[in-house]
Design a protein around this ligand. Structure first.
Ligand SMILES: Nc1ncnc2c1ncn2[C@@H]1O[C@H](COP(=O)(O)OP(=O)(O)O)[C@@H](O)[C@H]1O
Ligand SMILES: [Mg+2]
Length: 208
């Protein structure tokens, strides 16, 4: 047996990108379909539960991850315990993860969790969203689903402020390889957030 499969930090089946799951599904397509359904249900659940009392803090972020993926994955709702890189990017080192997360959410709290942007300009809102989106992208707190949960998180914030879910259609178009969202994420890592800003501004539309 490989040493990796015994490592509690190793979340994939040996020699695959398939996360170890509670149903032991090994077929990527079937698993993706399950994830898609769970995410959809989660959007509905969290949308319906938005209220003045909702606080978009770290607990909420973890809750989004947990509620969405708990049915499938043991690691749902838990921050990662291993360092992760994608392409040339290395995300926040595990040893700084808790502290960096606390700092991001402390700052977000000083911005009242972006709860008072319904009457401000769209540009101003998009700028704030971009800033925090980039911070969470660099944090990359979970083993998996950082992209989807980060977008869900900000979709709930924009909904709270009277906007539709951010439309990423164009940015997420290419499924394999680097789509515009990934390119924008790469730029976020070096403090260049104009690509992400464009994506968000472009996808941000007031509800009727
Ligand atoms: N090379 C990269 N540099 C910076 N960020 C990246 C890179 N590749 C992917 N990302 C970020 O990581 C996210 C994907 O993380 P992942 O945990 O796999 O989430 P998901 O499974 O929901 O796509 C992307 O949406 C993007 O924001
Ligand atoms: Mg992924």
């Amino acid at each position: 047996m490989s040493k990796y499969t015994q490592d509690k930090n190793y979340i994939y089946y040996e020699n695959t990108n398939i996360p170890i799951n509670k149903f032991n599904i090994r077929d990527q397509k079937i698993l993706e379909e399950e994830e898609r359904k769970l995410l959809l249900k989660s959007y509905e659940y969290f949308h319906n539960n938005l209220s003045e009392k909702t606080i978009f803090d770290e607990i909420y972020l973890k809750e989004l991850h947990k509620k969405t993926f708990n049915k499938l994955y043991e690691f749902a709702g838990k921050y990662r315990t291993v360092n992760i890189s994608k392409g040339y990017t290395t995300f926040c080192q595990v040893r700084f993860l808790e502290q960096t997360s606390k700092e991001i959410f402390k700052k977000l709290s000083s911005d009242n969790y972006l709860k008072n942007y319904s009457t401000k300009s769209k540009e101003e809102f998009a700028q704030k969203l971009t800033y925090y989106m980039c911070e969470l992208i660099a944090l990359h707190p979970f083993f998996e689903f950082n992209g989807r949960i980060t977008r869900l998180f900000f979709d709930m914030i924009v909904t709270f402020n009277g906007y539709e879910y951010i439309n990423y259609q164009d940015a997420l178009e290419i499924e394999d390889g680097d789509n515009k969202y990934i390119k924008a994420s790469i730029d976020c890592m070096i403090g260049q957030d104009n690509k992400m800003f464009k994506i968000i501004l472009n996808g941000l539309i007031k509800s009727e």
